[in-house]
Design a protein around this ligand. Structure first.
Ligand code: UDP
Length: 331
């Protein structure tokens, strides 16, 4: 299948392109390179363009004739979404509308959408199931919930087939070292802990040590990016005309910040200085998925998401592969 991957030069998008190619599909990347990287586009054609540029999208679709779309194109810094909400709604909600209208004009009836556990806010029950009330606590989470609502309505009105995948904490890197996480600025826990291990930063700050969790630090469900990628490939094959589905992608296992740092010390063999600081606004204490629905409906089984493998692959990327990949593309 030819698949237009909007935002395919980003972290999860690029790993998904590799998984699509390995499954025999052709990923066509459409990306603005606002946060994506040209070295991460390696498994199919590339079209440079913005998600809100309907004419650019149309031209890419006419040229490559995709049969389905995966939409990763979005802004994803939760903190920035609080200070620049309209920028987030323009990209994440406006972009979704432009993409859906362009798809409709070209008779493309299938979309898989990059959603988030941020749509749940502070969940009333744990582990989180898909029917848990979606009550996001920041503009980023609200923009993703709106994206889902637009898709649900488009399925009912136009016979679109759509699946939203609600990621928990994406982490890790491609096992072959082809791809990895590369954000600027980096805000996510695991790469920051590994930067502290490598000496790029002096320490890792722990945002809050007084939560009601086993050791006082926040608990998250870290899921390997390659397992997320596999779920998108599976989702494409189960999308059904006129139906909207949403699935949690997580492991069901939570790890606290202290546990992540301790495992990273073991795996890297480096000391990693940790400094306790105040809470970061808007952090729910615990986010852990019940991903039973994805296991049944998508036949999805995470195989690479153990915390040690997540940290090991991210560490190998950062310490062994990263510079070579970026230089190889530049050269
Ligand atoms: N965190 C931290 N120090 C950092 C970055 C993150 O203590 O330098 C914490 C953050 O407050 C949260 C957890 O690590 O409790 C995971 O944060 P991340 O930003 O990786 O993902 P999120 O859960 O916010 O999507």
């Amino acid at each position: 299948m030819r698949v237009l991957v909007a935002g395919g030069a980003g972290y999860i998008g690029s790993h998904t392109c590799k998984a699509l190619a390995e499954a025999g599909h052709t990923p066509i990347v459409y990306d603005s390179f606002h946060t994506g990287h040209d070295w991460a586009v390696r498994w199919g054609p590339l079209e440079h363009g913005d998600i809100n540029d309907g004419a650019g999208l149309s031209a890419a679709i006419r040229k490559h004739r995709p049969e389905a779309v995966i939409n990763f194109a979005a802004l994803a810094y939760v903190g920035e979404s609080n200070t620049e909400p309209t920028k987030y709604y323009r990209s994440n909600v406006g972009g979704m509308i432009t993409l859906l209208e362009t798809m409709r004009a070209h008779d493309i009836g299938t979309m898989v959408f990059s959603s988030s556990c941020a749509t749940y806010g502070v969940p009333a029950h744990l582990p989180i199931v898909e029917s848990t009330r979606q009550d996001p606590i920041n503009p980023y989470g609200r923009s993703k919930r709106m994206g889902e609502e637009i898709l649900r309505d488009a399925c009912a009105a136009h016979g679109l087939a759509a699946i939203a995948l609600r990621y928990f904490n994406a982490a890790g890197a491609d096992a072959d070292g082809d791809l990895g996480e590369e954000h600027d600025p980096e805000t996510h826990l695991i790469p920051l802990v590994l930067q502290a291990a490598s000496g790029v930063r002096s320490h890792i700050s722990i945002f809050g040590t007084d939560y009601e969790t086993q050791d006082g630090t926040c608990v998250r469900d870290y899921v390997h990016v390659a397992d997320l990628a596999a779920a998108h490939v599976a989702a494409l094959s189960v999308c059904q005309k006129g139906q909207f589905g949403a699935y949690n992608l997580g492991t069901g296992q939570g790890a606290s910040i202290n546990q992540v740092i301790e495992r990273a010390r073991e795996i890297t063999g480096r000391p990693i200085k940790a400094v306790a600081e105040g809470r970061r606004p808007g952090d729910p204490p615990v986010l852990v998925a019940d991903a039973s629905l994805a296991r049944t409906a998508l036949q999805w089984t995470p195989t690479q998401s153990g915390l040690d493998n997540v940290i090991e692959t991210a560490w190998r990327w950062m310490s062994d592969y990263r510079e070579r990949r970026i230089e190889a593309k530049a050269g």
